[in-house]
Design a protein around this ligand. Structure first.
Ligand code: FES
Length: 83
């Protein structure tokens, strides 16, 4: 099972993350049973000075920065392949 944590914190929300909670609607039926989605409060990545930009989503423990729906879906597919 791949856990996907979608940041619902204010910064991620205003920096383009407002549509990310819709990701489950965009993943294929084949992949859906392998993915657990969770909305979280600030993941803490926005406070780190590592040059990473919001919005953030965590896919199977890995940060996806400047997350978009398609970028997150790609990460989910990669994570499933690597399991
Ligand atoms: S608000 Fe998203 S990581 Fe902080």
């Amino acid at each position: 099972m791949i856990t996907v944590k979608i940041c619902r914190g204010t910064l991620c929300h205003v920096m383009g993350g407002s549509d990310l909670p819709l990701i489950p609607d965009f993943i294929s039926e084949k992949i859906k049973p392998h993915v657990y989605f969770e909305g979280t409060t600030c993941l803490g990545f926005c406070n780190q000075d590592e040059g990473l930009k919001p919005p953030f989503v965590e896919v199977d423990g890995k940060i996806v920065s400047e997350a978009t729906i398609s970028k997150v879906i790609e990460s989910i597919e990669t994570a499933i392949k690597n399991k």
